[in-house]
Design a protein around this ligand. Structure first.
Ligand code: PGA
Length: 279
């Protein structure tokens, strides 16, 4: 996991620099991430096959988030392959341990090789009724335990049509980051209307929204906001990846459907590894 240690150190250095420079502008060299969210997909054989086929790149942090049952086998497959791939959970409980049937603690995730965890995905907000307060508790727990949270925010189609996108994102951000005094997190802007629909946001709209998210982030954590990677998610694939990678405030992608096949996921990694000239 050399790459992850490197990225951890990078973030730490930025953290310190951010605090030292206070209000000054920071020229940032943000980490690029290509993250796979497998959701409730794949069996053991398919997982083994995926890790055999997938490639990595020194220029991109690649993180795979399999379902919880496949985390430990994935950790072993990654070790066996020698590829610098990161591993992440798709959810975490806010408590250290206890009588919470079906849940996983941050310590358990770390124990099976995770360094990252997705928090506040819209599917969990919808099906498991996770609200901003719960998301915040989970973010606190992840950071306290040394996991890097990948915090998902995004508006629904109804909210978009009612022109409430900025209001929704701002509320989600302030909620998720309440009392968080750290820049050890990743943000993913995932418009709910774009997830799994094939209706991806245009790169221009995503860029505009990411810039807005960064401006809100500045209100919350100051200039350190320049150092936070903001990923786009929602029907990202090998065809639209290069448009996103060219945008100055898009620091990678969180990929669902197109991450299930090593070939398409590899193609996305390659696009971000080439480091398209940011406009
Ligand atoms: P999608 O999912 O790429 O299949 O739209 C993205 C996500 O839900 O993280």
């Amino acid at each position: 996991m050399e790459q992850s240690i490197e990225s951890y150190i990078k973030t730490l250095v930025r953290d310190v620099i951010g605090q030292t420079l206070g209000g000054l502008e920071i020229q940032s060299d943000r980490q690029t991430y290509v993250i796979a969210n497998w959701k409730m997909n794949k069996n053991l054989n398919e997982t083994a096959e995926f890790f055999q086929k997938i490639h990595s790149s020194p220029d991109v942090s690649v993180v795979i988030c399999p379902p919880v049952q496949l985390l430990y086998p994935s950790h072993l497959f990654i070790k066996q392959s020698g590829k610098p791939l990161g591993l992440g959970g798709q959810n975490v409980h806010w408590a250290d341990k206890g009588a919470y049937t079906g849940e996983s603690s941050a310590t358990m995730l770390k124990d099976v090789g995770c360094e990252y965890v997705i928090i506040g995905h819209s599917e969990r907000r919808q099906y498991s009724f996770e609200d901003d307060e719960l998301v915040n508790k989970k973010v606190q727990q992840a950071i306290k335990s040394g996991l890097i949270p990948i915090i998902c925010i995004g508006e629904t189609l109804g909210q978009k049509n009612a022109m409430q996108t900025e209001q929704v994102l701002s509320k989600q951000l302030f909620g998720a980051l309440k009392d968080i005094d750290s820049s050890q997190f990743i943000l993913a802007y995932e418009p709910v209307w774009a997830i799994g629909t094939g209706q991806s946001a245009t790169a221009e709209l995503a860029q505009e929204t990411h810039a807005y998210i960064r401006s809100v982030l500045k209100q919350i954590i100051g200039q350190k906001a320049e150092c936070i990677s903001i990923l786009y998610g929602g029907s990202a694939n090998e065809k639209n990846a290069s448009e996103y990678s060219a945008m100055p405030d898009i620091d990678g992608v969180l990929v669902g459907g197109a991450s299930l096949h090593a070939e398409s996921f590899d193609a996305i990694i390659n696009v971000f590894a080439k480091g398209e000239q940011k406009s």
